[in-house]
Design a protein around this ligand. Structure first.
Ligand code: ZN
Length: 199
């Protein structure tokens, strides 16, 4: 489930839709939670779909640490990749704003941590645009992002969190452990689907 202060807009025919902030979303705000209504597709189920469905699922889902493809039931599936994103997933499974997001700004994400099963072309038009994102980007970028997330994570306890109620009990406990002692930080690497490492 994506943060309530967002809306869908058509960007252009090439990129398709994107999600935009309707109000200011401060750094540290939880922007996406994998809630209980998300659709979970196992590897086996995925293999049984025909190519048309496979392409659809690939476009709108991400792969979790257990190899499940997670397809959001709400607008969250329209969040685009950007090589300089304003949100990022965390080792806790939810996404946070990694800097302040202004009203009207597109909500963007780093797809590297979604266990990509193949290369994808990206069009973010940033100076540092990687042009293609690859399965091995997870290994290349996770440490750099862990450092950024560690700096932002303490803010999650002080900003307004409309999605907090959707976080499961165990994750809340892990956050509490981090709050007490930041050395309990849970790395992004926890999200790595280990089977995909042999690409
Ligand atoms: Zn890019």
């Amino acid at each position: 489930m994506v943060h309530p202060d967002t809306e869908i807009r058509l960007i252009d025919p090439k990129i398709g839709y994107g999600i935009f902030a309707t109000k200011r979303i401060p750094e540290g705000t939880i922007v996406y939670v994998r809630d209980e209504l998300e659709i979970q597709i196992s590897e086996e189920e995925f293999e049984n779909y025909n190519e048309i469905y496979k392409n659809l699922i690939r476009k709108y889902s991400y792969i979790d640490k257990n190899g499940y493809r997670i397809l959001s039931w709400d607008l969250a599936k329209y969040v685009n990749h950007c090589c300089d994103p304003n949100t990022v997933i965390t080792g806790y499974g939810f996404e946070i704003a990694i800097r302040d997001i202004e009203p009207g700004e597109e909500i963007t994400d780093e797809y590297a941590f979604f266990n990509l099963d193949k290369e994808e072309e990206v069009f973010c038009e940033k100076k540092n645009c990687r042009k293609r994102i690859k399965p091995e980007d997870f290994e290349t970028y996770y440490q750099e992002w862990d450092e950024k997330i560690k700096k932002t994570l303490p803010k999650i306890f002080i900003v307004e969190q409309p999605l907090f109620g959707y976080i499961d009990k165990n994750t809340k406990k892990e956050l509490e452990e981090f709050r007490k002692d930041p050395s309990n930080y849970k790395s992004l690497y926890n999200l790595r689907y280990k089977k995909l490492i042999e690409y």
